[in-house]
Design a protein around this ligand. Structure first.
Ligand code: GUN
Ligand code: ZN
Length: 459
C-alpha cells in the first residue's frame, strides 16, 4: 500500500501554527496560546529542531531542505487521547443501556472475540487508522484480557511508529468465564508483555486492572507489584463513573474509605496513573489526586452517552490544587474518536456546570494537557525544538458550513472554537507521526494512508 512518499530525514513544514507556551488554566488563555500565522517547523530524524516565524528562520534552513506548505491549514501538535478501548471500536453506538448493563450486554461479548489473534489484528489496524484520520497521534489504550490483543495492538503501533500507551486488561471476577484471568495468570501474562513491549521503540506499557469491581483485592495488590517491576510503567483503570457502580464498589470494599482508596491501598495511585472519568468524586478525592500526581481522564461523549453525569472540569483544575486532566474519547462508550468532537461535548458539559471552556483551554487539554497528564510532555503535545514531530494539520474550511462560518472569524481563538464545535475527522487535512506523513485526507483513496518509510529510533 505505501503510496505517500517517505519524508527525507530532514524536511520542513510551513503554515499557520498553534501551540502552547504555558498552561491556559493557570495563565491568561489568550497569552498561553502561541499563534504563529506563518510558521516554519524544521524536522530532523523525527524530531522538531526549529520552530518560529518563517521570515525569521528562512535564512537558517540548511540548503536543499524540502518545505511542504499547508496553505489553508492550522498546524497543531497531534492530539492525545488519554482513555480509549480499541476492542470496543466494533460496538461503538450500542443502544440503550447505562454502564453496568452496557458492559454485560455489549462490551463483554465484543471483547470475547479478541481471543482470536487475527480478529484482534484487524481491529487494531482499523483503530489506529481511525485515530490518525482524527489527528490523534498518542493514546492510552485498553486492550482485552487476552495477551494476544496486546500483541496485536503494539505490533501495529510499532509498524506505524506511533507513541502509544497500552496494556492487558486484568479481570478475575464479575465477568464471564471466558474473559476472566487469575491473579497469578494475569500477573505472569502482564510481565511477559511488559518485557516484550515496554519502551520497545515508542511503545509504553500500562498495567490495566479494568476497575475495582472486576478485580479481587489479591489481583489489585499484584497489579501494584507489577508497577514496581520496571521504570516508567503506567497504570490505567476506571474511577467513579456511574452512581450504581460507586455503590457497588462500596459494598465490595467495605473497609476502604473511598473508591480511590481501593486503588491507593494497592499502590496503584501515583505519577503515570490515569483514572478514567472521576465524575462522582468530592474535594478530598481531587486533593488526593493532586497530591499523588495521578491524572483524571475526562470523557464527555461517554459520560453523556451512558448518562453517567457531568465531570467537574474546573473543580478538578482548581489552581489551588490542580489535578492533571486529559481528554478521553472512551470509545466504545464514547461516540467519536475525534478530539474535536470530544471538545464539542466538553464545552457543553462545562456550560451545564456553569463554566466556560475557552478554546485555548480546550486545545491545550487535547494536546499539551493530555501529554502532561501522561507525563509525556517532554516529548509530545507541543510544537517546540526537541519534541517528537507528531503533528496534525487542521482545515477550518472542511465543509461548506464550516467555511462560511470560518469566514466570519476575526481571531485565532474564534477559528479554534469553530473547529471544536463543527469539526471532526473531515477537518483533519493531514497527520504526521515522527515527521512522517501517515494520513493525507485528500490523497486518492487508499493512497492517503501509509506505513512510515523509515522508522526513526526513539529512546
Ligand atoms: N468501567 C469498567 N469497564 C468499562 C468500560 O469498558 N467502559 C467504560 N466506559 N467504563 C468502564
Ligand atoms: Zn473506559
Amino acid at each position: 500500500m505505501p503510496s505517500l512518499p517517505p519524508a527525507p530525514a530532514r524536511h520542513a513544514l510551513r503554515g499557520r501554527a498553534v501551540t502552547f507556551g504555558t498552561n491556559p488554566f493557570l495563565d491568561d488563555p489568550a497569552r498561553a496560546l502561541v499563534h504563529e500565522p506563518d510558521a516554519l517547523i524544521l524536522i530532523e530524524d523525527g524530531h522538531i529542531t526549529r520552530f518560529g516565524a518563517f521570515d525569521a528562520l528562512r535564512d537558517t534552513l540548511p540548503p536543499d531542505t524540502p518545505v511542504t506548505t499547508w496553505h489553508h491549514g492550522i498546524i497543531s501538535a497531534g492530539f492525545v487521547d488519554t482513555h480509549v478501548h480499541y476492542p470496543q471500536l466494533p460496538m461503538i453506538a450500542a443502544y440503550g443501556e447505562q454502564l453496568l448493563e452496557w458492559l454485560e450486554r455489549y462490551t463483554f461479548p465484543t471483547e470475547a472475540r479478541f481471543a482470536d489473534p487475527d480478529y484482534a489484528a484487524g481491529v487494531a489496524r482499523r483503530f489506529l487508522r481511525e485515530l490518525l484520520r482524527a489527528g490523534t497521534t498518542s493514546a492510552a489504550v485498553y486492550c482485552t484480557v487476552h495477551p494476544q490483543s496486546v500483541d496485536a495492538f503494539f505490533t501495529e503501533s510499532a509498524r506505524l511508529n506511533t507513541r502509544m500507551v497500552a496494556g492487558k486488561v486484568l479481570m478475575d471476577r464479575n465477568a464471564p468465564a471466558n474473559l476472566r484471568d487469575t491473579p497469578q495468570g494475569g500477573y505472569d501474562d502482564s510481565l511477559a508483555l511488559i518485557e516484550r513491549w515496554h519502551q520497545h521503540g515508542r511503545q509504553l506499557y500500562a498495567v490495566t486492572p479494568r476497575f475495582a469491581a472486576t478485580s479481587t483485592e489479591e489481583q489489585l495488590d499484584l497489579a501494584g507489584s507489577l508497577l514496581r517491576q520496571r521504570e516508567g510503567l503506567f497504570m490505567q483503570t476506571h474511577l467513579s463513573e456511574n452512581l450504581a457502580e460507586v455503590e457497588w464498589i462500596s459494598h465490595l470494599f467495605p473497609r476502604r474509605a473511598s473508591y480511590l482508596d481501593v486503588y491507593a491501598h494497592a499502590g496503584l495511585v501515583g505519577p503515570r496513573s490515569v483514572l478514567g472519568h472521576g465524575v462522582h468524586v468530592d474535594e478530598d478525592i481531587f486533593h488526593t489526586c493532586h497530591a499523588a500526581g495521578c491524572a483524571l481522564a475526562h470523557c464527555p461523549t461517554s459520560n453523556l452517552f451512558l448518562g453517567s453525569g457531568a465531570f467537574r472540569l474546573f473543580d478538578a483544575l482548581d489552581p489551588r490544587r490542580p489535578v492533571r486532566v486529559g481528554l478521553g474519547t472512551d470509545v466504545g462508550a464514547g461516540t467519536s474518536l475525534s478530539q474535536l468532537q470530544t471538545l464539542n461535548e466538553a464545552y457543553k458539559v462545562a456550560q451545564s456546570t456553569g463554566r466556560r471552556l475557552h478554546p485555548a483551554q480546550a486545545f491545550w487539554l487535547a494536546t499539551a494537557g493530555g501529554a502532561r497528564a501522561l507525563y509525556l510532555d517532554d516529548r509530545i503535545g507541543t510544537i517546540a525544538p526537541g519534541m517528537e514531530a507528531d503533528l496534525c494539520v487542521l482545515d477550518p474550511h472542511a465543509t461548506p458550513l464550516m467555511a462560511q462560518r470560518a469566514e466570519q472569524c476575526e481571531t485565532i481563538e474564534d477559528l479554534l472554537f469553530v473547529l471544536m464545535m463543527l469539526g471532526d475527522d473531515r477537518s483533519v487535512r493531514a497527520t504526521y507521526v515522527a515527521g512522517q506523513l501517515v494520513h493525507d485526507r485528500d490523497a486518492p483513496e487508499a493512497a492517503g494512508e501509509r506505513d512510515p518509510g523509515h522508522i526513526t529510533s526513539f529512546t
